[in-house]
Design a protein around this ligand. Structure first.
Ligand SMILES: [Mg+2]
Length: 169
């Protein structure tokens, strides 16, 4: 199997293992874009999420972030990093930096969407932020928010260029 496919397959597999489905992220896109497009279908949101997940830089961010979260859960990180990641310390900030590598893929509205959804924490983001179950999603919550933000941005651009046959890759 080609290396690219291995990365893509693993990234999707790990997302699922960590409790995040494509539908969960599509719902976040619907939350962000629903107010701007009447009768926005969830299937359109999902299509945009799938396109974002095809990007190699997004897959890399997923693999890196989830790996660090999992190592933190297993107490396999060393101090002082271990504590900062486990507690999702506000001043750590590297989780957000990794997420930012995803946010602007489809232009700067992704950035606005990311800031907004990070504050509101709807749907799956609320679950990922629930620290009561011993799981650590310090990186994953930002990555999921970023994927939703990028997909929203892609969706907004595709609606804006509907008659021009919008197509990125
Ligand atoms: Mg975080």
């Amino acid at each position: 199997m080609k290396r690219d496919n291995v990365v893509e397959r693993k990234a999707l597999e790990w997302l699922k293992q960590r409790g995040v489905t494509v539908d969960d992220i599509a719902e976040l896109v619907h939350f962000l874009q629903g107010p701007y497009h009447s009768d926005l279908k969830l299937s359109i949101c999902k299509e945009n999420v799938e396109r974002v997940l095809k990007k190699r830089e997004v897959q890399n961010a997923i693999l890196t972030g989830i790996q660090i979260d999992v190592l933190a859960e297993k107490n396999a990180l060393e101090e002082p990093l271990a504590n900062m990641v486990r507690r999702d310390e506000g001043l750590y900030g590297i989780d957000e930096i990794i997420a930012l590598s995803i946010v602007n893929i489809y232009g700067s509205i992704g950035f606005t969407n990311y800031g907004y959804i990070d504050k509101q924490k709807p749907g799956i983001l609320k679950d990922l932020n629930d620290k009561s179950n011993g799981q650590c999603h310090t990186f994953l919550d930002d990555i999921v928010g970023a994927i939703a933000a990028a997909a929203s941005s892609r969706l907004a651009h595709s609606f804006a260029h509907e008659d021009e046959d919008f197509d990125d890759d």
